[in-house]
Every structure is written in structure tokens, then in C-alpha cells.
Design a protein around this ligand. Sequence first.
Ligand code: NAP
Length: 249
Amino acid sequence: MGRRIWLLTGASGGLGTALTRAASTAGDEVVAISREDLSDPARVRRVVAEAVTAFGRIDVVVNNAGYAAAGAFEELSDSAIREQFEVNFFAAAEVVRATLPYLRAARSGHIVQISSLAGQIGAPGMSAYTASKHALEGLSVSLAEELAPFGIRVGIVEPGALNTGFRQSWAGRERPGAIADYDDLAARLDLLGHDTHRPTEPEDVADAIVALVGLPEPPLRLAVGSDAAAGIRAARTRQLTDLETRWIA
Ligand SMILES: NC(=O)c1ccc[n+]([C@@H]2O[C@H](COP(=O)([O-])OP(=O)(O)OC[C@H]3O[C@@H](n4cnc5c(N)ncnc54)[C@H](OP(=O)(O)O)[C@@H]3O)[C@@H](O)[C@H]2O)c1
């Protein structure tokens, strides 16, 4: 395949930086949508239009920017939950909406959504984050079918723990509405924030994504890391057990 044009959010962070490097090494061009652009739909549309003007097309769209608003659901403020969805879901949806007219006209393109193991499971202290990633996955699964007739592919990447700065933001976070019953959970989240137990290197994920978009028949989902595979398998097994033993006709 010739040179591909990538549009990427979250390029300043761990996986985004690795992906920029991997795509460039593969001979592709990467256009980054910055944090400032991402919060403004008009600016997103302008960056997309400028990319098409400069390069003639967009081949790969990666929604990678994201963070986790960790904390007990009862302690999270309304604005913290809404902001979580603004970044992890609505900004990604906006990037898709801004690029679709060009991809549809070209009858090609690959939209890659950086979800998470958290897009497949639930986790205490991670309700806002898991909800936002589940929403992103729901959007993406539907889009995959909706856009297939136009030759546009959708892929969902589900990493477990990555060796990036992502988790550090959990540790030491403030709990303005702290409720003592959740102190143990907060302490566990702090520990998790420092947990560096064999995380996957972002460079390995980046290489896998570059390979993914080059496949003639790419999968809808790509789980990354043995922790992601085990977590997803356990969640699906539980779901199947419920379905087979407790369904109502
Ligand atoms: N690391 C993990 O363990 C892990 C596991 C599963 C999934 N993921 C997902 O992987 C993706 C990349 O995360 P990462 O591990 O590379 O984390 P990271 O190193 O913290 O990088 C996150 C990127 O997202 C951007 N970002 C964060 N908050 C933002 C906001 N409020 N508005 C706009 N942009 C924002 C950051 O921009 P700034 O540099 O400006 O902050 C940065 O470019 C995320 O979607 C995350 O949910 C990560």
C-alpha cells in the first residue's frame, strides 16, 4: 500500500506519540488534532478540512485522546462525569462526524477507536470511565455495520494496562465530596495508579495498529495484552452463564 494519511487525537501522550512514530516510520503522514482543537467542533472540522486540502484525503482516523475520571460514582461530581463523556465519547463522535463526508466520498477509510478493556467490563471506582468506553464501543459497533456499504472500516482497540502516564493521574487525585465509606476504594485506586505490573508497551500497540489497518480483512476488535484478554473472556463467560441459566422466555 502507498503512503496513508492518518488523523489522530491524543498525539501528545503515550500511545498517541508511539502511534505517530510508528505510522511515520511506515512512510505515512500523520495529522494531529490537538487538545485545544478537540474541545471545539468547529476547530475539529477545520483541521479535518485542512488535512484534506494538504494531502488530498484521509485514510485512517484514530480516536485516541482519553483519560479516566477515577473515583466512587457517588463521589464524582456531575461535571466530572459529563467531562469524561465529553472527551472519551463526544469528542470522538465529533471527529467521526467531521471525517465521514470525506471517507464516504472516497468510499474508503479506517476508523480506529482506542477503547479499553474498560469498554468490555465494569470495575469499582471506574464507573464514569467504563461507561464512556462502553458508549464508544456501542457507537463503533453500530458504525461498523452502517459504514461497511461505503467501504469504510471500523476497528475497536481494547488495551489492558499500558506503560504510559495514564494511570498516574488517578493517584493522589482530590476527593472534594469524599465519603468515608469509600476510603478503602480510594486507597485501592491510588495503588492501581502506581501499579506498573507488566503493562504493555505503547510501541507494541502502535505497531499492532499500523499492522491492523494494513490487513485486507481487519477484525472489528483487537484486545491488547493478556490482562485484556483474560478480563474480556471472564466477562463474556459470566454473561453467557447468565444467559444460559437465567433467561426468561
Ligand atoms: N494507559 C492505559 O493503561 C490504557 C489502557 C486502556 C486504554 N487506554 C486508552 O488509550 C488512550 C491513550 O491513553 P494513553 O495511555 O496514551 O494515556 P496518556 O499518556 O495519558 O495520553 C492521553 C492522551 O489523551 C489526551 N487527553 C487526555 N485528557 C484529555 C482531555 N481532557 N482533552 C483532550 N485530550 C486529552 C492527552 O493530551 P495531553 O498530553 O494534552 O494531556 C494525551 O495526548 C486513551 O483513550 C485511554 O483511555 C489506556
